[in-house]
Structure formats: C-alpha cells, structure tokens
Ligand binder design. Structure first.
Ligand code: ACO
Length: 325
C-alpha cells in the first residue's frame, strides 16, 4: 500500500560563539574537569551571549538547513520548533523563525517535551505531512538552557549547553514498506508521576518567574537506559525493522554513559552511535538535530542508512523515531 513519507532533505545547526570548558566551573564550584568528563563525557559546551535568544540560535540553524538544501523560506510551509527555553511565554519562538526566513504563509508552532522535544516534534511533523496539512516542514530543536541554570548547583549547571539544529522534511509518495526513505515510525511516551525528578521551579502561572533546573540525576539515569531502549525497540518493531538493521543510533546527548548503556541494551556497537556530547553538553531539544547536522556535515550518513533517534527528558517524556536517510 503506497503512502506519503516525510523524507529528509537537509539539516543545519548553530552553536553560540562562547565555548565554556569544564575547567571554568572549577573557579566557582567544588568540581573538576575529571569528575565532569568521567561521569558524563562532557568536556565543553557553548553558552549564548548576553542578549542572544533561542530564536536567534534557531534562525541561524534554519538558515543553514535552507542553504544546505538549496531552498528558501518560501519553500517551507510549516515549522515545528521544540524548546523548553522560548524567547517569551508567547508568541511561539517558531513564528520568529518563520518571519526571519521569509516564510510568507503556512504555520509555525512550538512543542514542549524538554529533552524529548525533537522526537515529539518529528512525530508531529510526520503526522501533519501524512494528513496532508503540510508538504515541506522544518523541524527545529533550539535551547538556551544557560538561562535556566542555577550556577551554584554543581549537580546540574555543568551538564547543559545552548545550541540549535534544524531538519527539513518533504513529502514523497512511497511504496509503504521498511525500504522507503523518510520517517518509518515514531514512538512517544510520558509519565507525569515522575514530573518531580526533573523540573524547573518557575513558570507563568505558578511563580511568574522562569525558574531554574532541578534534577535527581541518579533517578533520571535509571529510567533513561530502560525507557530509551524500550522506545527504540518499539519504534523499530512498528517500522518492521530490527536492531541489526540500524546503521546509526543518534541519541539525545545527555550523558555518554547513558548512550553507551542504551546502545549495549540494544545490542549496538558504540561505533554506530553518533556522539557529540563532549563538545555540546546536554542541549535538551537541540541535541539530536545538532548531532544529526554534525554527522551529516561529516558525510557519515549514506542515502538509505537507517537512523534510530531516541530521547528522554522532563515529564518524564521519552520516545524514539526511525528514519531512513
Ligand atoms: N562535581 C563534583 N561532584 C559532583 C558534581 C560535580 N559537578 N555533581 C554531583 N557531584 C557529587 C554529588 O554531590 C555526590 O556527592 P555525595 O556522594 O557526597 O553526595 C556524588 O557526586 C555522586 O552524585 P550522583 O548524582 O549520584 O552522581 P552520578 O554518578 O549519578 O552522576 C549525573 C550525576 C551526571 C547527573 C548522572 O546522574 C546523570 O547523567 N543523570 C541523568 C541526567 C539526564 O540524563 N538527564 C536527561 C534529561 S535532562 C532534561 O530533560 C532537561
């Protein structure tokens, strides 16, 4: 049975100019480059400049994706932007991008599923395209997590970074099987019973402030490995594929140990895992599209390769997507 698939066209990314090495935290906190690198794999991250907003990062990534695809803003008819750090409570950060890239019609909106945001946004884009609501969609993950960090809390502030990545998808009539290019399956989950192990203590209707991140790291870690592997396996089963069919695991970049253990649970060698956490830290919703764009820029993906993306974040919310490049 033929059906419409959301097929990847191009991607792009942007990282703020300021690079913060682990050693910088040694000046103000009881921590060390050795502790951070050995527990997380992180060596450095980028922080946005004063006045640089999430939409600034997203716009730069969007323009890079358009340039890489030989497209202009008028070629895009929807933007789905995942962020937990929007410029403003409203309007959506996505509409800032819409205007900046010269999109003259269509629609743009934000998705909030924290670190799982990009996978949730991909699933939205896929559903919109299959339903015939949009033909060419830009999916963006963009964050300025440095704005919601408590720089006196060594358990969280060393983990996160800022950045943005964008992926352009376009509809294509396909045979309807696992050999098709494009998004083959997605799997989404959330469980609000775990909302308090990873949260921000602010918001418009509670404190009227933006708040800062709080996390029970060890608790999140335990959920992460189990839930990510389950979501990955479920998405692969929906796509009619097996772990051995996967060419690249492109995971949310939170912690190298989570990525290594999840890959092991899925029976995948670490050589098949795209790892950028050492240079980006955890950029929440931006981490998968950043990893995608870096790996694509290095020419690592061949046409027809099977990519498995998976992510977990505050909510808890987690999921996976299978896409043939
Ligand atoms: N430097 C030095 N010591 C530290 C630091 C630091 N930066 N941070 C914590 N410690 C200390 C703790 O205080 C604790 O000390 P204690 O034993 O004296 O109490 C000790 O190190 C061990 O702390 P744990 O939290 O148990 O350390 P763990 O090995 O679990 O590593 C980490 C912590 C890196 C946060 C890990 O648990 C992790 O990565 N968790 C998952 C985070 C994640 O994946 N989040 C994803 C979603 S993020 C989102 O959605 C926004």
């Amino acid at each position: 049975m033929s059906l419409v698939r959301a097929v990847p066209v191009s991607c792009g990314h942007y990282l703020p100019a300021r690079v913060v090495e682990n050693a910088e935290f040694e000046k103000t906190l009881d921590t060390s480059d050795e502790w951070i690198a050995s527990r997380t794999g992180i060596r450095r991250r980028h922080f946005a400049a004063e006045g640089e907003t999430t939409s600034d990062l997203a716009i730069a990534a969007a323009k890079a994706a358009l340039a890489n695809g030989g497209l202009s803003g008028t070629d895009i008819d929807a933007i789905v932007l995942a962020t937990a750090t929007p410029d403003q409570t409203f309007p959506a950060t996505a509409v800032r991008v819409q205007t900046a890239i010269g999109m003259e019609g269509g629609f743009a909106f934000d998705i909030q599923a924290v670190c799982a945001g990009f996978v949730f946004a991909l699933a939205q884009a896929d559903a919109l395209m299959r339903a015939g609501l949009a033909k060419r969609v830009m999916v963006i993950g963009a964050e300025t997590f440095s704005r919601i960090l408590d720089f006196t809390d060594r358990g969280t502030c060393v983990l996160f970074g800022d950045g943005a990545g964008a992926l352009i998808l376009e509809t294509q009539e396909s045979a309807g099987g696992p050999q098709d290019r494009g998004i083959l399956a997605t799997n989404l989950n959330s469980d609000g019973r775990f909302a308090d192990i990873l949260y921000v203590d602010g918001g418009p209707s509670s404190t009227g402030t933006a708040g800062v991140v709080h996390m029970s790291g060890r608790e999140v870690f335990k959920h992460a490995v189990i839930k990510l592997a389950q979501a990955g396996e479920a998405a692969l089963a929906s796509a009619g594929l097996e772990t051995s069919d996967v060419d690249w695991l492109v995971p949310h970049q939170a912690n190298l140990r989570i990525m290594t253990q999840t890959a092991a649970k899925l029976g995948m060698p670490i050589e098949k895992v795209v790892v950028t956490v050492q240079d980006h830290g955890n950029t929440s919703a931006a981490s998968i599209p950043l990893a995608l764009s870096v790996a694509a820029g290095e020419g690592r993906f061949k046409r027809g390769d099977v990519l498995l993306m998976e992510a977990i974040g505050g909510g808890l919310s987690w999921g996976a997507a299978v896409m043939r490049w």
